[in-house]
Each structure stands twice: as structure tokens, then as C-alpha cells.
Design a protein. Structure first.
Length: 446
């Protein structure tokens, strides 16, 4: 079982749905085209045949990654169901902003991506509580959601989101560098420090770390360390924080998380001047042997491979340890969700799409297309050698959700990222950061 199993009990207001997230970059459109979902187009997604899996069209608003995963399944789905898919795909930051507007204006697609838990204003918990999502609890595939994912897809025992896949946070390392120095992949925190010191002694950066343009990669270390140090020993931590029984400041484990993160910095194991180094440069340093390791999501591996002449063969991955009990190490995983609009024009067609995606063979096709983990426990096999080192942990249930998914609002995470840069620069202390996060947490869900 995953370490986070408690159910959320927030009651978001409609205001949460009207606040757009921080978007950046140009809107990216791909897939089968845009969607129109208004009263003047003859039913929009339903077409003249109305709702139902026997015909019509389902409009879908997907992330660019989801579009890539679903692309090989579009034609088979239409052939099987008679339902056409009209897909618009968008980069996630833009999607979070646009979807909130579409929902408030009644122009949202039949099916769309939602964030896990309460991690954004368009997350499953927020939208499900607000009545914007169709209750999918009666779907056959709902029984195949693991407990950790269910905590992020359900509200008050009702399932509102379908996990198409799961991503994971991993420590990637350069095989040639490890072979040259005779290093073994670390399985404990002490071994990790020893490996870092050996890399440093060889004149390399132990862990390439890029923080320019925002501390987006800082959070990965927090989720890795917190998963093993906090949520492993105490699966009820989120419930206790919501009840006011503890807090970021009062829970010693949170101080330990940031202390260990800064220990890597203080020992000189991170890239020098990381606040001015881009994440892309950090990957290049790993690929060229300037660095020995780096943290990233497994979906970021293809980008890493592009920087090496030998591609995937140059690297391997491991679950980054946080303590000295190797068997206690958990790997953070992030479900990627689809949900059905409560006001969908073709709800039956949208349901049929999810049923089709839930078939084991299709779960495999989707996961292999993106080199990610299956979203449902249906016996699907991932045919990707790059993921083999961490699959035993996944199969054994040694996974944990990202810590921020059950925080009551996205501002807690944003404070961690923004003030985290100040922490890294020694402009504030760990106690200062935790107090700021507590202040945002106390505001609850808007």
C-alpha cells in the first residue's frame, strides 16, 4: 500500500474555480484540433446522435503528454465504440489557467485533465467538491485504483478522477562515471553521502542541480525526503495536519527534510551557483560526465537521453534514499488524472473512453508510449528497461504521493518554492520557511 491513505475533508468554494493558476509560455495546440462546446453547434460533443458510446463525439482537453500517450489509442477506440474524439492538448501550466475559465463560462470539454488532490484550483478534490465533475464511482475500473492514488482521486468516498498513468521521482546517474570510479548505486543516506564525496573528490559535481527560473527542482528533493522520512512512518500525517494536531513547524520531520537538503548543499555536493543554473544545464552536466547524478521525474528521462550520444544506455536510475534503512525507502509517484465534466454533452462517450483506457492492454500501450508507470493496478506490464531499477519498489507498494497533493491550497507549495530559493541563498532559515508554509496552510481551501 502507498503511504498516504487518508481521505480529504476540505469544502472548497466556487471562488477556487474562478482563480486561474500562474500560466506561462505560449498555448500549445495539438492532437485532432480544438473543441467547441456551446449551445449553437448542434450539441457540440454529442453530435446529432446525442450522448452515448454508440456514436457522437467526445471533446477532450488534455495535456501535451496525455495527448502523446493516447494518440495510438484514438483510432482503436473509435473503431470499438463508434465515438469520435476531438482533442485539444495544452501545456499543463496553461491548461490549469484556461480550464478554470472554461468551467466558469460553461465551455469546458467533456473530459479533461485535472490535478491530484487539492494541489491546484483545477484539482480533483477541488472540482469534485464543487460539483464540477461527474461521479465515476460505479465504473468497473474504480476498484483498480491503489490506496495512495485514491486519496487524490476521491472525495467523501466518491471517485472523480481516472489515473491514466503515474510518474515518479528518481535519481539518475551516469553509468560511465560510476564505472570509472567503481561506485555502486547508493541504497541508504550514508551510502549516498559517501558516493557524493567520491564524486566530489574526482573533481566532479556530485548532484547536478539547476534552480534558475524558479525553484521547481527544489520541491523534488522535498517530496523524496518527506516521503520516506515523514509519510512512511506516519501515513496519517495529512489527517493530523488538517486537524491542527501538528504543523510544518511542530513536526520534527519537516525540519529534518530541509536540514538534509541543505546538508547536500553545505557539503558542496550540489552544482556550484545552482540558483543561476538552468535545469537543462544540469541535465547536460550529467550527460557529459561533469556531474554524477541528478534528480528528475522519469518522464524527463527522454530529454536527458537527448544530451548523450549513446542515449538511454548512458544512464540508470534509483530511488533516492533518505535514511539508513534501505527497506524503508519509498519512491514518490504522481498520478496523472482525467475527469469527466459534470455538464458534459456526451457523458456516456466520455465514460466509454475511460473504460477503453482501463483495459490492461491499453494501460500498457499508454504507459509505454510515455515511459511512465501504469495508472491502474490491472496487471499491465511496462516494457521499458530504463524503469526496471525502480519497478520492484512499485510492485511491492513502496510508493508515496507527492507531499503537496493533500495540502489545502496551491499557495503552500508556491511559498515553499519562492521562499525555498531564499533558504538556499541563506536569506531565511528553515524555521522561517516552515512558518511561512504554516501561514498559507492555515488559510485552508478558498
Amino acid at each position: 500500500m502507498s503511504a498516504i491513505t487518508s481521505k480529504p475533508r476540505f469544502t472548497p468554494s466556487r471562488r477556487a474555480l474562478l482563480l486561474g493558476g500562474a500560466g506561462f509560455g505560449a498555448l500549445t495546440l495539438a492532437g485532432c484540433g480544438g473543441f467547441v462546446n456551446d449551445d449553437d453547434d448542434g450539441g457540440g460533443s454529442g453530435g446529432e446522435s446525442g450522448s452515448g458510446a454508440g456514436g457522437g463525439t467526445v471533446t477532450a482537453y488534455l495535456s501535451t503528454e496525455q495527448n502523446t500517450g493516447i494518440e495510438p489509442l484514438v483510432e482503436p477506440f473509435t473503431a470499438d465504440s463508434g465515438v469520435e474524439l476531438d482533442i485539444t492538448s495544452v501545456a499543463v501550466p496553461d491548461m490549469n489557467q484556461q480550464l478554470a475559465v472554461q468551467l466558469s463560462s460553461g465551455t469546458a470539454a467533456d473530459i479533461f485533465r485535472v490535478s491530484p488532490g487539492y494541489s491546484s484550483n483545477v484539482a480533483a478534490g477541488v472540482l469534485g467538491s464543487g460539483g464540477d465533475l461527474l461521479d465515476l464511482s460505479d465504473a468497473a475500473w474504480a476498484a483498480s485504483i491503489d490506496d495512495g492514488t485514491r486519496a487524490l482521486s476521491d472525495v467523501d468516498g466518491k471517485t472523480f478522477a481516472f489515473p491514466v498513468a503515474r510518474n515518479s521521482l528518481v535519481l539518475a546517474y551516469n553509468l560511465a562515471v560510476f564505472d570509472e570510479l567503481g561506485l555502486e548505486p547508493p541504497t541508504t543516506w550514508t551510502e549516498l553521502l559517501d558516493v557524493c564525496q567520491a564524486l566530489t573528490d574526482s573533481g566532479r559535481t556530485a548532484i547536478s542541480h539547476g534552480l534558475s527560473g524558479g525553484a521547481i527542482y527544489l520541491q523534488f528533493y522535498v517530496y523524496i525526503l518527506a516521503g520516506t522520512l515523514l509519510y512512511g512512518p506516519n501515513p496519517d500525517l495529512d489527517a493530523q495536519m488538517r486537524a491542527g494536531e501538528t504543523s510544518f513547524t511542530d513536526e520534527p520531520g519537516w525540519t529534518e527534510v530541509f536540514t538534509k537538503y541543505l546538508e547536500l548543499r553545505d557539503k558542496g555536493y550540489f552544482t556550484e551557483g545552482a540558483l543561476g543554473v538552468s535545469p537543462d544545464q544540469a541535465m547536460q552536466d550529467l550527460a557529459t560526465g561533469v556531474a554524477g547524478m541528478t534528480v528528475l521525474t522519469n518522464s524527463g528521462l527522454p530529454a536527458l537521453y537527448e544530451y548523450s550520444e549513446t542515449g538511454a544506455e548512458a544512464f540508470s536510475i534509483l530511488a533516492m534514499p533518505a535514511g539508513d534503512d534501505a527497506e524503508a525507502t519509498l519512491i514518490p509517484t504522481a498520478p496523472d488524472f482525467l475527469a469527466v465534466n459534470a455538464a458534459a454533452t456526451n457523458p456516456d462517450g466520455a465514460r466509454a473512453l475511460l473504460e477503453f483506457l482501463a483495459e490492461p492492454a491499453n494501460v500498457e500501450t499508454y504507459a509505454n508510449a510515455l515511459a511512465v508507470l501504469p495508472g491502474l493496478d490491472v496487471g499491465a506490464q511496462v516494457d521499458n528497461p530504463a524503469l526496471e531499477p525502480v519497478l520492484p519498489l512499485v510492485d511491492a507498494g513502496r510508493t508515496v504521493s507527492y507531499a503537496n497533493y493533500l495540502w489545502p491550497n496551491g499557495d503552500v507549495q508556491q511559498t515553499m518554492l519562492q521562499s525555498g530559493q531564499q533558504l538556499y541563498a541563506d536569506e531565511i532559515t528553515i524555521a522561517d520557511l516552515l512558518a511561512q508554509m504554516d501561514a498559507e496552510y492555515a488559510k485552508g481551501t478558498p
